[in-house]
Write a protein that binds this ligand. Sequence first.
Ligand SMILES: [Zn+2]
Length: 400
Amino acid sequence: MHHSFRQFGAILFALLAIQADLKAQNAVCLTDELMMRGRPEVEALLEQLNAQAWSHQQRQGGGSPVVPVVVHVVWNTASENISDAVIQGFVAQMDEDFNLMNANAGSVRPAFTSVVADVGIRFCLAQYDPQGNATTGITRTYTTDTWFDPNNEPHKMKGPPDGISAWDPTRYLNIWVCDIVGSSGSIVSGYTYLPTGGMAGSWQDGLVIDYYYGTQPSARTPTHEAGHYFGLRHTFDGNSCFADDGFTDTPNTNSPTWNCNNTNLMKCSVLTQYENYMDYSGCTAMFTMQQAAYMNGVLNGVRSSLLGSTGCAGWSALPEDDEHPRAWLHPNPVSDALTVRVASKSPVAYRLIDATGRAVRQGSLIDGALLSVADLAPGLHWLQLEGAGWTQTLKTSVIR
Ligand SMILES: [Zn+2]
């Protein structure tokens, strides 16, 4: 009995390994292909975007801008209907990656540490929908389509009858999660469109992420696609040593890098920066200073309407003056124990979720409860609380 179970386990492991291997070799981003790069009018639009982005670099106002995110799950099978925890995990990972709070930031090789950037653009799952109603920032739509082919139907999930329409794309970053199968035979983890030629704010604007390949933590697909959304090209743009992505702090490279096995990997006679989120390596960990400046330029320029969004009003602020939040935490960040304050006289159910979506604590608590975090891994965690007729998710950072 135990023996056969172990065998089954070994087979399962082998299957997972094959899948991981396929992904490592093949999962691609179709953004370039769908943008029809190389066509003169597209190149002209990119030039225009370039001029605008560099002229809008100055941050407006104080503090980091917050971009409200809505995730539309368009599912046919149960496994495509990914959990709230997975979604919360990848949105939080985007937020960490854009704010140099990613746990693997220290893996960047010394040759590139001087150009690693804190982009300073924050992401939160929307707390208010376009009508101002409280929301989880997640929508779920059943579809009879068993998959979407990005080569022939890249927008089919973005409206009825097969999908769901964007929330106001001038106010929200829309992310559709569905089953993508490329007709060209490649495994596609995701795609989006650069904010050129009227794409920004159009009904097609947003990211499309494969429910499986696009949500693997090491792939960083949402972070990569958000880079495109803010105007970045691949570091291997043009697939030639004589073309580049427009930045001097991303060394020229003529092809994607699929892993980080060779720490001395040279392409185009220079050390390849495979840690860059705009490559495919599976160990990406950084944006550069120039990429960061450019993305802030796009946010303050062609995407500036996002800055006026109230989709996350009050996010990351303490709740005293807001009628919606029912609970808050201190201290935050925390190293040993969290005090949970709840505006309720009754016990509330709680789950503490780590960055992989796993519940590391659960049960019920009352106002003033102390939750020990001393044995938890450092990084972002989410405390989900459920009282009578309300739920709330709070984010906390465990530090050592
Ligand atoms: Zn890409």
